[in-house]
Ligand binder design. Structure first.
Ligand code: ADQ
Length: 463
């Protein structure tokens, strides 16, 4: 069977680890089953940067190959274009976006360099699968070096509509580059429609009845492949000794109180201050919960060198401090904020010990926390998922309580509904959600896109 070569900015970790990040979680799950090569940035900065030695590692099934970045590349490509230009634009935050010509130039230079290094690793029958907004032009760079392998692309974050995306300087060039791939995958049908609209309205392309999109003489497949988790594996995690230990510690600390859990990277897209305010509204509107219900927010620090993230941490500290000072009583603190990470097993135990999973991003490609929360529940006494309509996951999980995260009143009301929900209804909703997650797990996700990639490539060659 042809080898799978996965390319993403960060590679690994392959073992259960505290390192957070949805992309790594999804890819590890997919690669563990089929094996392959995983290529990307080492996470290190060195003077030689992309010209430095290739660092390799291998486990039973997966080989990894990484290279460093130098400081200028890190500043322009990663901290600059990827995180200060693309991330905010793709999450509908033009107010936070910074556009610098040098960021874009360095981004393209680094993509070219990664393509050159990758080419030397490729075998003729490899299937190449590129991930996320860091590497949009990578496929074009590979094609320019005559790489003829099937190359697919998956965008983990949202793809906004043309009215919005055209605010990004040179957006035409960026989207044009995507046409070098054979298949491009998005999280939701809405993202696919936005991409098609861009191709038609901005690039003069057209959409075929079979879902293909043609522009610049290239026909590619653009389709939704909602990312899943290793549902069975995560449900098993919740039964491990480590999970149980954490669940019990939590129960002891709660002393009979009901817990709501939030787990997110500390990022402005996740709607954290809005979430705390919604919880405050719950305590205002339904005083019976004072002294009985608390919110635990877990957030590992991420990309902390960027000002916007530092700002959100401070905001979170100040809002939670304010709410705690207002409502706390002896023996009960309304909000526990923790800026730390947990292993996946520990996290599974924490989810299972929480009556409500509160997942309220302002924008999210998918959101794996919503899926993990459901997978970790006790089928005999499952908790309730409260989920933002702006998470890609909402499209697949209608049995959750779907909320508008901007509307505190509504979120508070839905938390109240969750707290009041009968066991019978909780089970009914959970069964439906778990069924979907079992069918659309990470393995299914990877298999579907790879199968389409092989087929589309064969068709392109034949044409
Ligand atoms: P993220 O923005 O990182 O992912 P998400 O999908 O929620 O968002 O994944 C976060 C992952 O990190 C989860 O697996 C979670 O368990 C883990 N995590 C978060 N906080 C943690 C903590 N304190 N300790 C340990 N683990 C923690 C991006 C996109 C998403 C998309 C994924 C996958 O932004 O929209 O769902 O990629 O495609």
């Amino acid at each position: 069977m042809a080898r799978l070569v996965v390319v993403s900015n960060r590679v690994g970790p392959l073992k259960d680890s505290r390192k957070a990040g949805g992309l790594a979680v999804g890819l590890v799950d997919a690669l563990k089953k089929d094996g392959g090569l995983w290529f990307g940035w080492s996470g290190r900065i060195s003077e030689e940067g992309t010209f430095g030695p290739l660092q390799t590692e291998s486990t039973r099934r997966v080989e990894t190959a990484t290279i460093d970045l130098n400081q200028a590349d890190y500043d322009g490509y990663y901290a600059g274009y990827a995180n200060k230009s693309l991330w905010p634009v793709l999450h509908y935050r033009l107010d936070l976006a910074v556009f610098e010509r040098t960021y874009e130039l360095v981004y393209r230079r680094v993509n070219d360099r990664f393509a050159t290094r990758l080419k030397s690793l490729l075998r003729p029958d490899d299937v190449v699968w590129v991930h996320d907004y860091h590497f949009m032009p990578l496929g074009r760079a590979l094609r320019a070096m005559d790489v003829e392998n099937p190359i697919g692309y998956f965008l983990h974050v949202p793809f906004p509509g043309p009215d919005f995306l055209t605010a990004l300087p040179n957006s035409h060039q960026l989207v044009r580059d995507l046409f070098a791939y054979d298949v491009i995958g998005f999280q939701t049908q809405r993202d696919v429609e936005n991409f098609r609209a861009f191709a038609e309205l901005e690039l003069g392309g057209y959409v075929g009845e079979d879902g293909s999109v043609t522009a610049f003489g290239r026909t590619i497949l653009a389709k939704a492949y909602p990312i899943g988790i290793d549902t069975e594996g995560f449900a098993q995690y919740a039964l491990t000794a480590e999970a149980k230990r954490n669940q019990q510690r939590l129960m002891a600390a709660l002393g009979g109180h009901t817990q709501i859990i939030g787990v997110d990277r500390l990022d402005y897209s996740k709607g954290l201050p809005e979430r705390l305010h919604a919880f405050e509204r719950l305590l205002e509107n339904y005083p019976e919960h004072r002294g009985n219900v608390s919110l635990m927010q877990v957030a590992p620090l991420s990309r902390s060198d960027l000002d916007a993230y530092d700002k959100i941490r401070r905001e979170l500290e100040s809002v939670s401090g304010h709410i705690n000072a207002r409502f706390a009583d002896m023996g009960w603190t309304p909000i526990h904020c923790m800026f730390r990470s947990f292993t996946r097993r520990a996290l599974a135990g924490i989810y299972r010990g929480s009556a409500i999973g509160l997942v309220t991003p302002l924008r999210d490609g998918m959101n794996l926390v919503a899926k993990e929360y459901v997978a970790a529940q006790d089928p005999e006494d499952p908790g309730v998922l409260v989920l933002s309509r702006f998470a890609g996951a909402a499209h697949e999980m209608p049995e959750a309580l779907i909320v508008n995260p901007y509307n505190r009143e509504h979120v508070a009301e839905m938390i109240q509904t969750a707290l009041r929900m009968s066991l019978e209804e909780r089970k009914e909703r959970w069964n439906a959600l778990f069924k979907t997650l079992s069918e659309n797990d990470s393995h299914h996700w990877a298999q579907s896109i790879i199968a389409d990639l092989r087929q589309t490539h064969r068709a392109t060659l034949a044409a």
